[in-house]
Design a protein around this ligand. Sequence first.
Ligand code: ADP
Length: 264
Amino acid sequence: RGGQTEREVPFAKPGSLTRVYAVASGKGGVGKSSVTVNLAAAMAADGLKVGVVDADIYGHSVPRMLGADGRPTQVENMIMPPSAHGVKVISIGMFTPGNAPVVWRGPMLHRALQQFLADVYWGDLDVLLLDLPPGTGDIAISVAQLVPNAEILVVTTPQQAAAEVAERAGSIAVQTHQKIVGVVENMSGLPCPHCGEMVDVFGTGGGQTVADGLTRTTGANVPVLGAIPIDVRLREGGDEGRPVVLSDPDSPAGAALRSIAGKL
Ligand code: ADP
């Protein structure tokens, strides 16, 4: 829509009833996208109207994890998002041919996010989840500008080194005056398949460390919303496009994710 004035972001309008959560992490590979799609699927299964923006521009993986293989279509001058498991989803990956890498720069990313938020026909959503790229990048700033009321959900592993970077990513909320809704600790131990004893593969305490640190820096209480164990079924669910909260809701990871979804 070159040359035209930008549409307003409906979620940023005063009185918008959509809760917006930006899912952030300090670094990649901690399970941010897995958490995002499972929370979205769990909330949709509970009857909420849910949308996901895959804003992890360089590592977009949300559509595959959700099993959303449809393409966006254009109606009038709006983009109709595909959906899967009752979740509407839009991703930068839907607009790049094949598996082409994205080599965009800041202003283009901002523009893409603006379009995802304002030019996609979301309808009346109860919840919109944004899967952010890892770290404190351009996109986090763009989210803060485009949807200042978005609350930040920080995902970390129990590892103390990971907690430090996660805390840094979360503390951007101080500058942008955003609320941090809480911390999710992922990969919190591996239950031994033989004896059930927990193996703390990535150590312990990272989630609490991040929550305590962010409580100090923001001056507001930042809770740990839950801890998700390492679970083969969670990884398989992502690979197969059927989130574990649906395929195996009572598995340890499925139950933990559903409990976290219930707190949002
Ligand atoms: P990020 O979005 O932070 O880069 P992903 O959600 O893509 O991380 O997760 C990275 C990999 O780890 C994926 O293959 C995913 O299936 C796997 N994974 C994430 N969380 C868990 C978990 N709790 N148990 C088992 N595998 C997990």
